[in-house]
Design a protein. Structure first.
Length: 110
C-alpha cells in the first residue's frame, strides 16, 4: 500500500525559478509522473499575498498577513504517493536538487 507525502519547497524569495531550474523541475515532475508517484504539484504566491483567517466562534478575524513573518517561506510543493518513507526521502533529495532549494518532507496522515 502506498503512502502520501508532501514535499514543501523552501525559498527566501530572492528571485527564484531561473530558466535552468525550471527545466530541472519539469524533468523531476516528468520522472514522478512516469513512476506513478505524482499526485499534484504547484507553486504558491508570495507571502505578501497571504492572510490568516480565524472564524472560530464567529470571531471574523483576518490578519492581512502571513502566519509567520520569516524571510524563508514555502514557495511550492509536490504531493507524492510512494511505497515507503525511504523512497519519499530519496525523492525529496532529488526535488531539492532539481529546484536548487531546501525542502521539507512531511507525511500525510491517514
Amino acid at each position: 500500500m502506498s503512502k502520501k507525502f508532501i514535499i514543501f519547497v523552501i525559498d527566501d524569495l530572492s528571485g527564484s525559478g531561473t530558466p535552468e531550474e525550471m527545466v530541472a523541475i519539469d524533468a523531476f515532475n516528468d520522472q514522478l509522473r512516469a513512476n506513478d508517484q505524482w499526485i499534484f504539484a504547484g507553486g504558491l504566491a508570495a507571502p505578501s499575498r497571504s492572510t490568516v483567517i480565524d472564524n472560530r466562534g464567529s470571531a471574523n478575524i483576518e490578519t492581512g498577513q502571513p502566519l509567520f513573518p520569516n524571510p524563508e517561506q514555502f514557495s511550492g510543493f509536490w504531493l507524492i504517493q510512494v511505497p515507503d518513507l525511504e523512497t519519499a526521502r530519496n525523492l525529496a533529495f532529488e526535488g531539492s536538487k532539481a529546484c536548487n532549494r531546501k525542502v521539507e518532507l512531511r507525511p500525510l496522515l491517514g
